[in-house]
Design a protein around this ligand. Sequence first.
Ligand code: ATP
Ligand code: MG
Length: 279
Amino acid sequence: MDDLTWTDTQARRLKELGMDPENTVFSTPEERNKIFQQIEKKQVQSERIRLTKFLTAKKKTHLAQLTENLTAMLNLQGFARVNTPLIISKSSLSKMTIDENHPLFHQVYWINEKQCLRPMLAPNLYSLMVDFSRLNHRPISFFEIGSCFRKESDGAKHSSEFTMLNLVEMGLPKENRQHRLEELASLVAQTAGLNNFKFEIEDSKVYGTTLDVVAGPDEIEVASGAMGPHPLDEPWGLTDTWVGMGFGLERLLMISQGNTSIGRWGKSLAYVDGIRLRI
Ligand code: ATP
Ligand code: MG
């Protein structure tokens, strides 16, 4: 006969409450159910305390705090924060060469034939780069922090709505670009409390040099960077040198908080600040 362990429902509930349901063995279902009730009650109490502390003392989610910390750090580094529309046009997506043949195209939420929810910040930031490039000072440094939307199938590392930080610096000497990207990526990682991360540099014929940041025990991608002049600059009419990098804030949080699942940290009605609400 199999050992008597938690029922699936019990194991799921313990996980929801932030516990690791160990493979405890019980002698009777009555004993198991009694122990389950005791543990659940204790855990619900401690989650209620956390939630009360959040509402009355902490008053800010990790996501909000990280957004503030990153804004302050980047402001100090000379970057200005901008806010651009969540709804973008099909033509700005196609300027990014995201058409029917691009994998991202099928992840886009269309709201009508010509408009969609932005899957990335890059199209809007490209548009701003063009307008900012008419100014005389260099470097020109700015960033946006905001929601992006993608249809995803893998849930542990992906949300359909997530928060991207995308920073851009224009007009820096060509030979400094990679070094500057690494420097900026390290500053963001440090601000997010990431101690262990590494760069993955790739040279692609189409996109030039790209620089990704991977972190955590599973080495997941937390950011992806690129530099210009870049083949995509031409449709926008951009001639400056630039570096740019996009970070997923929920991924930064999930790793700095030692979790393996992203769902707790994003926008949610099931969790607030990583605390399960069905308590
Ligand atoms: P992945 O291969 O993991 O899906 P990606 O290559 O699609 O990532 P990019 O398009 O380079 O990701 O986006 C930049 C960053 O945005 C990623 O490094 C990641 O941190 C974050 N990101 C992308 N998609 C999601 C998502 N669905 N949920 C949460 N974060 C995401
Ligand atoms: Mg993806």
